[in-house]
Design a protein around this ligand. Sequence first.
Ligand code: 13P
Length: 241
Amino acid sequence: MNYLIFWPLCMPKLTICNWKMNGSIQLIDSFISIAAHLPNDTACWNLVIAMPDIFLAYAASKEPRFRLAAQDCSTYSGFGAHTGEISADMLVDIGIRYVILGHSERRSHGDGAEAELIHVKLANATRCGLIAILCVSDDYESQITKQTESLLQVYHDKIILAYEPVSAIGTGCLPSAADIRETAVRLQQRYKIPRVIYGGSVTSTNALDILRVDEISGVLVGGASLKIDEVSAILRIQELM
Ligand code: 13P
């Protein structure tokens, strides 16, 4: 069976909320009300919330059904004398399942050295059993090193590629569904990775067009993910897929 074609079609689509440097105990508490209104546990599992590390343990303790993500992790692994760092191992220790890596808002130079650091983070995350959401933009060829390419092949079931064109982040200017599909197919074929999601100005208004692209396994939502109504509406659309 060609898993590249069939796996994404049979896996449920994901809505991944990236709260960026936003959120509060109050916002977490109000999101818990979403869980109460979801039709079933499965719908809840298809929602992932990436919040600042400081809130993760609280959210995990309040709603165990939520899939939580960190927005980055350290290049250091395990535990040790690295002030201010949070390792993939520590995230796993508090029950976190996902980590976003290589988000364009965390890439400062986009040079080879940075791609190397992201590779190390990806290696740490996958070794610990985290599911890594690796963000790439249109210049993905320079963002994915040869080494990273090998990791993608070994951990193809543990890594989700998030196609996030920088020009679409926070601008309201999205590529067309056809363009998103074309890039998703290119990424799947080039890196043999089944799950590609799209991020950049996703809202409840355009989510249907994006989620109905077969090759897209979900959406990574920034600004709109801070609004409960928006997230509920996107989840309802996702349920239709
Ligand atoms: P916006 O949805 O606000 O454009 O942000 C996208 C993003 O960066 C998600 O990671």
